[in-house]
Design a protein around this ligand. Sequence first.
Ligand code: ARG
Length: 588
Amino acid sequence: MKTILEMISEHLSRAFEEAGYDGKYGRASVSNRPDLCEYQCNGAMAAAKEYKKAPIMIAQDVAAALKDDEAFLDVSAAPPGFLNLKVSIPFLTGYLDKMAGEDKFGLSVKEEPDKVVIDYGGPNVAKPLHVGHLRSAIIGESVKRILRYMGDEVTGDIHLGDWGLQMGLIMTELRHRQPDLPYFDDSYTGEYPAEPPFTLSDLEEIYPAASAKSKEDEAYKDEAMNDTFLLQQGNRGRNALWKHIMNVSLPDLKKNYDKLNVSFDLWKGEADARPFIDDLVSMMKDKGFAHESQGALVVDVKEESDTKEMPPCMILKSDGAALYTTTDLATIVDRRDHIGPNRLVYVADKRQEMHFMQVFRCAKKTGVIGDDVRLDFLGFGTMNGADGKPFKTREGGVMRLETLLGDINEEMYKKIKDNHEVEEEEGRATAAVVALAAVKYGDLSNQATKDYVFDIDKFTSFEGNTGPYILYTIVRIKSILSKYTEAGGSLEGLSFNAETGDTEKALMLELVRFNQVIEAAYEELAPHKICAYIYDVANAFNRFYHETRILNEEDKARKEGFLKLLMLTKDLLEESIDILGFSAPDKM
Ligand code: ARG
């Protein structure tokens, strides 16, 4: 179904034509003077040049042609040539009725859906999840849902960092502690134990200990690099240990992502790219794309139009080891051959922009992926603490995701308990739902590329531009609706009011933007646009609510009109937060 702006533009075009002008000038936009009108058209100004006529005269002609158009309540021409428009209630409620009756509230989904792989999350196995990975998970999950909502066929891949130095560090530390483990005995040919030689909490302690040692002790670090090298070369014992590390870590990672309401279709990682590396490197050599530079193998990716420096894309280090770029290129091969996408979207820290530019250019230049495949990097900014510096614990350490979420849950629980009496268990469950909304909305409401301040007090507030405020609004509507049905009222077959108050109409004018907002969020991969929309809707609803006696309204039809509007408001808000990746409780 057309957007409301497209519908209004159609009326305008017809009027331009009727008045003797080209219909292309009849384009509507949302008013930037809401005190004067709801929509506006600036076409008369543009038409003035073609028709060599004063814009105000053209605007007056068009206004005259619109006089009897039932879509408008008021049309006026304002100097120098604006058309100021107010829509009629039947036009507006006609649109809302259609929205309420259509799938996805009248969003026109893609006629030719794309096949997309979205790469997000990207945690590093065996390293604790920290807040840096929070953004990728939250933004990626929402972008995945936006793409799907528009009809694309989307595969979400977590792309684990499971092949790096952290694995070697763990192995080195383990050898120091338990030198007799068979994994380190190269002459051992028997089967390795099925039980891992460590628990999750061992691992959580081993990695930071090893990482700290390697920073002080060169020899220790060399050992860890050697273990990493052996792992990557296929050493039997190291690979068996690697499997243990994965088996112990992954369930915990899954549990953490579940709590975030973030899920992946594929749990692949850098290690899965291994089988594709050799052929990829040979191809790049054979076809003359790769050349040696200071012992390393590189592909030039500089382009003439570059204004910034663009170093070559490194494929192999001088010791023959593959790099981050190599695994990403090999992963593209894997995705190309096994999924066949025509679009790849990567959600990672914006400081990785250069890396992705190199990978993208190299992939296209060497024909790893066709020119018809769209490659997008969605780089996000840093999450800062109240001091404007990257978010840390009170002690100055890296904040673990679990700790952070735990703190917010606790804060939310206190607020909910203050709000109304609640059983501990129920209160905790509600707190978890609201806390997740607080964190996700706090993140998503900012443009992804920007750094933002993670402010627990602000994010958990029930007022202002926050997740809890949005949920509070939904809960408020739910409670009005259930009061009505509990008193025997039915929500079936209601109609919007044919006459409305100002705040009622203002709410309607916000609601009709839904399809347009989703389209824009899709085009720009911008969940913040959906946040801005639901914030506007929530504000418009609360203004209406504070001025209106809804359930106490004596006129039955009018009351039903209010309830109909409430239902649609609730449905649109709930649909929107689902696309953002969180949900609302029944009470809070
Ligand atoms: N593991 C990486 C990190 O922690 C992020 C992975 C991003 N995705 C990718 N295909 N490179 O920085």
